[in-house]
Design a protein around this ligand. Structure first.
Ligand code: ZN
Length: 307
């Protein structure tokens, strides 16, 4: 029986090895009380069930604080079942780092026990766009959105909010516009961990279409000043502080590159068609490069036209 188990276990290991080698996904214990739940670095598809972003949770003696709730109610339920493997304590607070659907459509799973928190702009955007997002994703993902509901944050903040729970202090911070105009950064000082939301991407290109690249650079500099050892990004791998620096470097390089195209008289269309940044060729989601270039081009155009 033991021998048979070993054979089965090795077969499972052989099958599982290539997957874990190519992508670090699922639950990851980051520090004693902080866990990340890491999605694939892919586009949203039916086959990956929309599991393309990261979320996580912080365990205290009196309850759990969740950071982001994934794209679908089902993924929210999976997150809750991962929490239940670690603790039976209730989820008391949920923070939505921003309004993109891959970060908040699991809210409904937590609404009965938790206070849901976001920046005030994030709540306004969810209110504006949430129902439309449900329609769009029902067409795209079918049954995965059957029971989706827009559950709005119940408490909003502007610059800083502190959660005191189970003797722990968790800071929810806003450092200015970046990935969006309402990015909440969740800082756990006593474990020196930060949940960076989509301000940081590690291993794939970011999406900056709803933010501002110049402000994002400044916001990342402020985040870099936090006393942290570990960074949980909105997409990609957990890292040390270099994850913040690398995200900033990409945006700075992108801005410099787009500026060259503008200075050389290239149109927006030419820039989108021609832009290349070979230094970043190994990163996931290369499809986002032209979209990000478009955003930066329009930002520079605005600065030139309206200065
Ligand atoms: Zn996002």
């Amino acid at each position: 029986m033991g021998y048979l188990f070993c054979i089965i276990a090795s077969i499972i290991l052989i099958v599982a090895a290539p997957l874990s080698a190519s992508a670090e996904t699922g639950i990851k214990k980051v520090t004693n009380n902080v866990y990340a739940y890491l999605g694939y670095m892919d586009e949203i598809t039916k086959s990956n069930e929309g599991f393309i972003s990261n979320c996580g949770f912080i365990v205290t003696d009196e309850g759990v604080v969740v950071v982001d709730t994934q794209l679908t109610p089902d993924l929210g339920r999976k997150l809750l079942s991962e929490i239940r493997k670690v603790t039976n304590k209730p989820v008391k607070y949920v923070i939505n780092t921003h309004f993109h659907p891959d970060h908040f459509f699991g809210n409904q799973v937590f609404k009965d026990t938790a206070v849901i928190i976001s920046h005030e702009n994030t709540r306004a955007h969810i209110l504006d766009r949430g129902e439309f997002a449900i329609k769009m994703f029902r067409e795209r993902l079918g049954k995965l959105f059957d029971d989706a509901e827009v559950i709005l944050p119940m408490v909003t903040f502007n610059n800083k909010l502190t959660i005191h729970l189970g003797g722990r202090k968790i800071e929810v911070l806003y450092f200015g516009r970046g990935h969006t105009d309402g990015d909440a950064i969740v800082y756990v000082p006593d474990e020196k961990v930060v949940f960076a939301g989509d301000l940081v991407n590690n291993g794939r290109l970011p999406f900056i279409g709803d933010g501002h690249s110049g402000d994002l650079v400044e916001t990342l500099k402020k985040m870099d000043a936090l006393d942290v050892n570990l960074v949980i990004p909105g997409h990609g791998h957990v890292s040390d502080k270099t994850g913040i620096a690398k995200s900033r470097e990409f945006i700075e390089d992108l801005r410099a590159e787009v500026k060259k195209y503008i200075e050389n008289g290239k149109s927006l269309q030419q820039t989108i068609n021609e832009i290349k940044m070979p230094k970043y060729n190994e990163l996931g989601r290369p499809d986002l490069l032209p979209r990000n270039a478009k955003k930066v081009y329009l930002e520079f155009e605005d600065e030139i036209l309206f200065k």
